[in-house]
Design a protein around this ligand. Sequence first.
Ligand code: F6P
Length: 545
Amino acid sequence: MKESQSWRRLEEHSREMAGRHMRDLFAADPHRFERFSLKVGDIFLDYSKNRITQETLDLLFALLRESEVEQWRERMFRGEKINFTERRAVLHTALRQQTDEPVYVDGHDVIPDIRAVLDRMEDFCNRVRSGEWTGYTGMRITDVVNLGIGGSDLGPKTVTEALKPYAHESIRTHFVSNIDATHIAETLKLLDPATTLFIVASKSFTTEETMTNANTARRWFLEHGGAEADISRHFVAVSTNTEAVRAFGIDTGNMFEFWDWVGGRYSVWSAIGLPVALSVGMDRFRAFLRGGWEMDRHFRTASPEHNMPMILAMIGIWYNNFCGAETHAVMPYDQYLRYLPMHLQQVDMESNGKRITRDGTQVEWHTGPVIWGEAGANGQHSFYQLLHQGTHLISADFILPMQSHNPIGNHHDRLVANCIAQTEALVLGRTADEVRKDMLASGCGEDEIAALLPHKVFPGNFPTNSLLIDKLTPESLGALIALYEHKVFVQGIVWRVNSFDQWGVELGKHLTGRIEAEIARGEPVTSHGQSTNGLINYYLGHRRS
Ligand code: F6P
């Protein structure tokens, strides 16, 4: 790829662009904001505050076309097994498809299966939400606890939190993921087994963290008044693995199925979204799916130059591969979106944190960046210092709803002002001349100016995308998450990696199993390297007080 015409032109172009400041790019083009912005559904994207010109975009789109992104996109939507290392189709888009157009996997149309599970979810949610489904004492369910990790936790947790304004007023939702007992212990302290419903959410139904928590929850339930016969009213499962669900002791009549062609980090659109649906109701869950589908339609039909996921993806590639950036930040200026950076960490880094191409050779270019972030305005008072005056080039997405669900006083106007001010400060910076003028105006003497001026200069020219959302609703949230999924897809195709496997998590799981067995034996170990032996033996010597 590095030998391709478009890659080489982009490398040359990055050298040409290196000395150019966005201040000058804006000054040279009074229509830059209109030129470099677009609206799709409820999402308005301003990408004018990037170190790009029309030429940059033309070159990036040439690379996209050369990488056959549009052809790969069709393969994905059609159900081809593009996750070739696991021999699986990649069809989270089918989960939110709003038409009856068949989508085939191995000659079988999956759309009727998806609809059947949605209908079962609807029936179940209606019964729980109305109080018709009761616990073993006849009381209604007041608490839902999702036991899952990774995609079986982050997606539904992010969406449930984001849609909290729509939540059922007497059902609380909790998410327990960590194998650290503290997570489940602190959650169980809040709960009454007679009114608690556990969802054991695991695609594989073998994940150690989830199964350990599920066993602890079951024991707690039985020790606090529940009986074996009551388990079916208090434990349901979401999985692809019927046998393992049955073996765990959950009635498969209370199992909501999904399929191997749904990747864990893309599974919130499947029955893994059950806690979302229980919280906000099935109509809103369906609206969330509709929002995702609207973004799918846009992604599938718009030309690259007008395609929001493609634009974001290619700008990301520009910084990652041609400008030396290594991380990308996501800053939602909405407290309800505070888990979004975590969810996107998995969507992006588990998908594109790869070093082997589709041909099995090692990449010669950087792949997925480090994704991180924090809800605004909190980040402003911790790490933004490094964005403004540090030495790293960091690109960032600022996500901001226009209407607040909590219009109290002038909070929202102030939040908006903070968000926009940050993007302005990042792009413009503050020159030495400007600092000097300000200091003189506030009465500083020459000595003080000489001492402080360099510390008060901001280089600016830091890139941001602003994503303005009319209002955070199920539809707009669906569109937003689908936007990021497709961005990640496009980047993975350009980087020539398989975005849909995750072999990188296997080694840690394997070694954990071995060390667990050694810890269970309790004898000093000598079978590892000296540091690992030392750590295990230190633990064995200190674990009991
Ligand atoms: O960490 C690896 C992983 O397989 C993720 O991809 C997945 O989301 C998570 O574990 C949970 O897996 P499961 O849903 O099978 O429990």
